[in-house]
Design a protein around this ligand. Sequence first.
Ligand SMILES: NC(=O)c1ccc[n+]([C@@H]2O[C@H](COP(=O)([O-])OP(=O)(O)OC[C@H]3O[C@@H](n4cnc5c(N)ncnc54)[C@H](OP(=O)(O)O)[C@@H]3O)[C@@H](O)[C@H]2O)c1
Length: 271
Amino acid sequence: MASSILSETYTLANGVKIPKVGFGTWQIPQAEAQEAVYNALSLGYRHIDTALAYQNEQGVGAAISYSGIPREQLFVTTKLPAETKTYAGAKKDFETSLKNLGLDYVDLYLIHAPWPWAKRGNYDKENKEVWKAMEEIYQSGRAKAIGISNFGVPEMKNIFAGAKVKPMVNQIQYHVGYTENTITKFAKDNGLLVEAYSPLATGRLLQDPDLTAMAEQYNVSIAQLAIKFCLQNGVLPLPKATHRFHAESNTQLDFTISDKDMDKLNSLEEE
Ligand SMILES: NC(=O)c1ccc[n+]([C@@H]2O[C@H](COP(=O)([O-])OP(=O)(O)OC[C@H]3O[C@@H](n4cnc5c(N)ncnc54)[C@H](OP(=O)(O)O)[C@@H]3O)[C@@H](O)[C@H]2O)c1
Protein backbone atom coordinates (compact mmCIF):
# COMPACT_ATOMS: atom_id res chain seq x y z
CA MET A 1 0.00 0.00 0.00
CA ALA A 2 1.31 3.47 -0.88
CA SER A 3 2.54 5.59 2.00
CA SER A 4 0.05 8.27 3.08
CA ILE A 5 2.49 11.16 2.63
CA LEU A 6 2.37 10.52 -1.12
CA SER A 7 -1.26 11.54 -1.29
CA GLU A 8 -0.77 14.75 0.74
CA THR A 9 -0.46 18.04 -1.12
CA TYR A 10 0.62 21.65 -0.75
CA THR A 11 -1.43 24.27 -2.59
CA LEU A 12 0.33 26.75 -4.86
CA ALA A 13 -0.63 30.44 -5.00
CA ASN A 14 -2.82 29.80 -8.04
CA GLY A 15 -4.73 27.00 -6.31
CA VAL A 16 -2.93 24.11 -8.04
CA LYS A 17 -2.29 21.17 -5.71
CA ILE A 18 1.21 19.69 -5.65
CA PRO A 19 2.10 16.37 -3.97
CA LYS A 20 4.22 17.03 -0.87
CA VAL A 21 7.05 14.67 -1.82
CA GLY A 22 8.46 14.59 -5.35
CA PHE A 23 10.73 12.04 -7.00
CA GLY A 24 14.01 13.59 -8.22
CA THR A 25 15.63 12.34 -11.42
CA TRP A 26 18.91 14.25 -11.77
CA GLN A 27 21.79 11.94 -12.76
CA ILE A 28 19.46 9.12 -13.75
CA PRO A 29 20.56 8.33 -17.30
CA GLN A 30 17.98 8.09 -20.06
CA ALA A 31 18.40 4.31 -20.24
CA GLU A 32 17.59 3.89 -16.53
CA ALA A 33 15.00 6.62 -16.17
CA GLN A 34 12.03 4.58 -17.37
CA GLU A 35 12.62 1.84 -14.79
CA ALA A 36 13.41 4.23 -11.92
CA VAL A 37 10.37 6.41 -12.57
CA TYR A 38 8.12 3.41 -13.20
CA ASN A 39 9.25 2.00 -9.83
CA ALA A 40 8.50 5.32 -8.16
CA LEU A 41 5.05 5.49 -9.73
CA SER A 42 4.30 1.92 -8.72
CA LEU A 43 5.27 2.81 -5.14
CA GLY A 44 2.72 5.61 -5.20
CA TYR A 45 4.83 8.67 -6.08
CA ARG A 46 2.72 11.03 -8.17
CA HIS A 47 5.16 13.95 -8.47
CA ILE A 48 8.20 13.64 -10.76
CA ASP A 49 10.93 16.27 -11.12
CA THR A 50 12.99 16.32 -14.31
CA ALA A 51 14.66 18.90 -16.59
CA LEU A 52 15.63 19.20 -20.23
CA ALA A 53 19.24 19.35 -19.01
CA TYR A 54 18.95 15.93 -17.31
CA GLN A 55 18.62 14.33 -20.75
CA ASN A 56 16.15 11.79 -19.39
CA GLU A 57 12.77 13.32 -20.23
CA GLN A 58 12.05 10.58 -22.78
CA GLY A 59 12.60 7.88 -20.16
CA VAL A 60 10.42 9.78 -17.70
CA GLY A 61 7.69 10.14 -20.33
CA ALA A 62 7.91 6.45 -21.25
CA ALA A 63 7.43 5.47 -17.60
CA ILE A 64 4.41 7.74 -17.30
CA SER A 65 2.86 6.30 -20.41
CA TYR A 66 3.63 2.68 -19.43
CA SER A 67 2.20 3.20 -15.93
CA GLY A 68 -1.27 3.82 -17.31
CA ILE A 69 -1.92 6.28 -14.47
CA PRO A 70 -4.44 8.92 -15.57
CA ARG A 71 -2.58 12.09 -16.49
CA GLU A 72 -4.60 14.25 -14.10
CA GLN A 73 -3.36 12.17 -11.15
CA LEU A 74 0.28 13.04 -11.91
CA PHE A 75 2.34 16.13 -11.25
CA VAL A 76 5.22 16.54 -13.71
CA THR A 77 7.84 19.28 -13.43
CA THR A 78 10.45 20.07 -16.01
CA LYS A 79 12.87 22.96 -16.40
CA LEU A 80 14.09 25.42 -19.00
CA PRO A 81 17.87 25.04 -19.34
CA ALA A 82 19.90 27.61 -17.42
CA GLU A 83 21.70 28.50 -20.65
CA THR A 84 18.50 29.53 -22.46
CA LYS A 85 18.12 33.23 -21.86
CA THR A 86 15.96 34.42 -24.79
CA TYR A 87 12.19 34.58 -25.33
CA ALA A 88 12.37 32.52 -28.54
CA GLY A 89 14.76 30.01 -26.97
CA ALA A 90 12.40 29.49 -24.03
CA LYS A 91 9.44 28.83 -26.32
CA LYS A 92 11.47 26.39 -28.40
CA ASP A 93 12.90 24.48 -25.42
CA PHE A 94 9.44 24.15 -23.90
CA GLU A 95 8.19 22.46 -27.08
CA THR A 96 11.18 20.11 -26.99
CA SER A 97 10.45 19.12 -23.38
CA LEU A 98 6.77 18.40 -24.12
CA LYS A 99 7.79 16.32 -27.12
CA ASN A 100 10.42 14.41 -25.11
CA LEU A 101 7.93 13.71 -22.34
CA GLY A 102 5.14 12.81 -24.75
CA LEU A 103 2.79 15.11 -22.83
CA ASP A 104 0.56 17.94 -23.94
CA TYR A 105 1.10 19.89 -20.72
CA VAL A 106 3.37 19.93 -17.68
CA ASP A 107 2.22 20.75 -14.17
CA LEU A 108 5.16 22.99 -13.38
CA TYR A 109 7.73 24.65 -15.61
CA LEU A 110 10.76 26.25 -13.96
CA ILE A 111 13.66 28.42 -15.11
CA HIS A 112 16.50 26.11 -14.07
CA ALA A 113 18.83 28.87 -12.86
CA PRO A 114 19.20 32.65 -13.09
CA TRP A 115 22.53 32.25 -14.89
CA PRO A 116 24.09 29.75 -17.30
CA TRP A 117 26.01 27.25 -15.14
CA ALA A 118 29.37 28.05 -16.73
CA LYS A 119 28.91 31.83 -16.82
CA ARG A 120 27.43 33.33 -13.69
CA GLY A 121 26.65 37.04 -13.78
CA ASN A 122 23.78 39.46 -13.97
CA TYR A 123 21.07 38.26 -16.34
CA ASP A 124 18.24 40.50 -15.07
CA LYS A 125 17.26 41.71 -18.53
CA GLU A 126 17.41 38.24 -20.04
CA ASN A 127 15.47 36.67 -17.15
CA LYS A 128 12.68 39.23 -17.61
CA GLU A 129 12.50 38.33 -21.31
CA VAL A 130 12.42 34.63 -20.49
CA TRP A 131 9.75 35.22 -17.84
CA LYS A 132 7.51 36.77 -20.52
CA ALA A 133 7.72 33.49 -22.44
CA MET A 134 7.01 31.55 -19.22
CA GLU A 135 3.90 33.68 -18.59
CA GLU A 136 2.63 33.04 -22.11
CA ILE A 137 3.21 29.30 -21.71
CA TYR A 138 1.26 29.45 -18.44
CA GLN A 139 -1.54 31.46 -20.02
CA SER A 140 -1.77 28.91 -22.86
CA GLY A 141 -2.59 26.24 -20.23
CA ARG A 142 0.34 24.05 -21.22
CA ALA A 143 2.06 24.61 -17.88
CA LYS A 144 -0.36 24.58 -14.95
CA ALA A 145 2.13 26.53 -12.82
CA ILE A 146 5.43 28.32 -13.45
CA GLY A 147 8.39 29.14 -11.29
CA ILE A 148 12.10 29.51 -10.83
CA SER A 149 15.01 27.57 -9.43
CA ASN A 150 18.26 28.64 -7.79
CA PHE A 151 17.03 32.24 -7.63
CA GLY A 152 18.34 34.41 -4.78
CA VAL A 153 16.51 37.43 -3.35
CA PRO A 154 17.76 40.02 -5.92
CA GLU A 155 16.92 37.69 -8.83
CA MET A 156 13.45 37.05 -7.38
CA LYS A 157 12.85 40.81 -7.00
CA ASN A 158 13.85 41.30 -10.63
CA ILE A 159 11.25 38.79 -11.79
CA PHE A 160 8.53 40.21 -9.52
CA ALA A 161 9.06 43.71 -10.97
CA GLY A 162 6.74 43.90 -13.93
CA ALA A 163 5.57 40.29 -13.81
CA LYS A 164 1.96 39.70 -14.86
CA VAL A 165 2.12 36.28 -13.22
CA LYS A 166 4.28 35.79 -10.14
CA PRO A 167 6.35 32.60 -9.91
CA MET A 168 4.62 30.01 -7.73
CA VAL A 169 7.71 27.99 -6.79
CA ASN A 170 11.41 28.49 -6.11
CA GLN A 171 13.33 25.21 -6.18
CA ILE A 172 16.58 25.59 -4.25
CA GLN A 173 19.27 23.48 -2.64
CA TYR A 174 17.94 22.78 0.84
CA HIS A 175 18.85 20.17 3.40
CA VAL A 176 19.90 19.80 7.02
CA GLY A 177 22.90 22.11 7.39
CA TYR A 178 21.96 24.20 4.34
CA THR A 179 18.60 25.89 4.63
CA GLU A 180 19.09 29.22 2.83
CA ASN A 181 17.01 31.02 5.47
CA THR A 182 16.98 34.44 3.80
CA ILE A 183 15.91 33.08 0.41
CA THR A 184 13.39 30.70 1.97
CA LYS A 185 11.77 33.41 4.09
CA PHE A 186 11.62 35.90 1.22
CA ALA A 187 10.10 33.29 -1.11
CA LYS A 188 7.50 32.19 1.44
CA ASP A 189 6.63 35.80 2.36
CA ASN A 190 5.94 36.41 -1.32
CA GLY A 191 3.66 33.40 -1.66
CA LEU A 192 6.12 31.02 -3.34
CA LEU A 193 6.38 27.39 -2.31
CA VAL A 194 9.99 26.40 -1.65
CA GLU A 195 11.06 23.05 -3.07
CA ALA A 196 14.11 21.36 -1.54
CA TYR A 197 16.47 19.93 -4.08
CA SER A 198 19.23 17.60 -2.90
CA PRO A 199 17.35 17.00 0.39
CA LEU A 200 19.99 14.36 1.22
CA ALA A 201 22.82 16.64 0.00
CA THR A 202 23.18 14.22 -2.97
CA GLY A 203 23.95 11.49 -0.43
CA ARG A 204 26.50 13.42 1.68
CA LEU A 205 24.17 13.62 4.68
CA LEU A 206 23.87 9.86 4.93
CA GLN A 207 27.12 9.43 6.87
CA ASP A 208 26.69 12.43 9.14
CA PRO A 209 27.45 11.39 12.77
CA ASP A 210 25.10 14.01 14.33
CA LEU A 211 22.27 12.70 12.24
CA THR A 212 23.08 9.05 12.90
CA ALA A 213 22.43 9.47 16.62
CA MET A 214 19.21 11.41 16.13
CA ALA A 215 17.87 9.02 13.48
CA GLU A 216 18.50 6.12 15.87
CA GLN A 217 16.42 7.85 18.54
CA TYR A 218 13.45 7.92 16.18
CA ASN A 219 14.22 4.46 14.82
CA VAL A 220 14.39 5.83 11.27
CA SER A 221 17.11 6.22 8.64
CA ILE A 222 19.04 9.44 8.12
CA ALA A 223 17.30 9.77 4.76
CA GLN A 224 13.88 9.58 6.43
CA LEU A 225 14.95 12.09 9.09
CA ALA A 226 16.32 14.51 6.47
CA ILE A 227 13.19 14.29 4.29
CA LYS A 228 10.88 14.75 7.26
CA PHE A 229 12.95 17.77 8.31
CA CYS A 230 12.08 19.49 5.02
CA LEU A 231 8.38 18.74 5.41
CA GLN A 232 8.26 19.98 9.01
CA ASN A 233 9.83 23.23 7.77
CA GLY A 234 7.02 23.58 5.20
CA VAL A 235 9.33 22.85 2.27
CA LEU A 236 8.74 20.25 -0.45
CA PRO A 237 11.49 17.59 -0.67
CA LEU A 238 12.53 15.99 -3.97
CA PRO A 239 14.59 12.95 -2.97
CA LYS A 240 16.19 11.01 -5.80
CA ALA A 241 16.65 7.25 -5.56
CA THR A 242 17.49 4.80 -8.30
CA HIS A 243 17.22 1.90 -5.88
CA ARG A 244 13.62 0.85 -5.34
CA PHE A 245 14.15 0.13 -1.63
CA HIS A 246 15.53 3.66 -1.15
CA ALA A 247 12.60 5.18 -3.03
CA GLU A 248 10.20 3.15 -0.90
CA SER A 249 11.75 3.88 2.48
CA ASN A 250 11.89 7.61 1.64
CA THR A 251 8.11 7.71 1.82
CA GLN A 252 7.82 5.99 5.21
CA LEU A 253 7.63 9.14 7.24
CA ASP A 254 5.10 8.32 9.90
CA PHE A 255 6.96 9.96 12.80
CA THR A 256 7.34 13.50 14.12
CA ILE A 257 10.62 15.25 14.88
CA SER A 258 10.23 17.08 18.20
CA ASP A 259 10.44 20.90 18.28
CA LYS A 260 13.69 20.61 20.24
CA ASP A 261 15.25 18.33 17.64
CA MET A 262 13.96 20.55 14.80
CA ASP A 263 15.70 23.50 16.49
CA LYS A 264 18.86 21.45 16.70
CA LEU A 265 18.66 20.39 13.05
CA ASN A 266 17.86 23.94 11.95
CA SER A 267 20.95 25.21 13.76
CA LEU A 268 23.38 22.77 12.13
CA GLU A 269 25.68 24.13 9.47
CA GLU A 270 27.31 22.06 6.76
CA GLU A 271 31.03 21.63 7.31
N1 LIG B 1 17.06 22.71 -9.69
C1 LIG B 1 18.30 22.30 -9.59
O1 LIG B 1 19.25 23.00 -9.95
C2 LIG B 1 18.56 20.95 -9.00
C3 LIG B 1 19.87 20.60 -8.63
C4 LIG B 1 20.07 19.34 -8.03
C5 LIG B 1 18.98 18.50 -7.84
N2 LIG B 1 17.73 18.86 -8.26
C6 LIG B 1 16.56 17.95 -8.08
O2 LIG B 1 16.56 17.42 -6.74
C7 LIG B 1 16.62 16.00 -6.81
C8 LIG B 1 17.34 15.40 -5.61
O3 LIG B 1 18.65 15.88 -5.46
P1 LIG B 1 19.94 15.00 -5.72
O4 LIG B 1 19.74 14.20 -6.94
O5 LIG B 1 21.09 15.93 -5.64
O6 LIG B 1 20.05 13.98 -4.53
P2 LIG B 1 19.47 13.61 -3.09
O7 LIG B 1 18.04 13.27 -3.22
O8 LIG B 1 19.87 14.65 -2.12
O9 LIG B 1 20.34 12.29 -2.81
C9 LIG B 1 20.33 11.21 -3.73
C10 LIG B 1 21.37 10.19 -3.30
O10 LIG B 1 20.97 9.62 -2.05
C11 LIG B 1 20.80 8.22 -2.21
N3 LIG B 1 19.63 7.80 -1.44
C12 LIG B 1 18.34 8.17 -1.64
N4 LIG B 1 17.54 7.63 -0.71
C13 LIG B 1 18.33 6.89 0.09
C14 LIG B 1 18.09 6.08 1.23
N5 LIG B 1 16.86 5.93 1.72
N6 LIG B 1 19.15 5.45 1.82
C15 LIG B 1 20.39 5.61 1.33
N7 LIG B 1 20.69 6.35 0.25
C16 LIG B 1 19.67 6.99 -0.36
C17 LIG B 1 20.58 7.98 -3.69
O11 LIG B 1 21.00 6.65 -3.99
P3 LIG B 1 20.40 5.76 -5.18
O12 LIG B 1 20.10 6.67 -6.34
O13 LIG B 1 21.50 4.81 -5.44
O14 LIG B 1 19.16 5.06 -4.70
C18 LIG B 1 21.50 9.03 -4.27
O15 LIG B 1 22.84 8.63 -4.25
C19 LIG B 1 17.32 15.77 -8.15
O16 LIG B 1 17.23 14.44 -8.57
C20 LIG B 1 16.62 16.76 -9.02
O17 LIG B 1 15.34 16.31 -9.40
C21 LIG B 1 17.50 20.08 -8.81
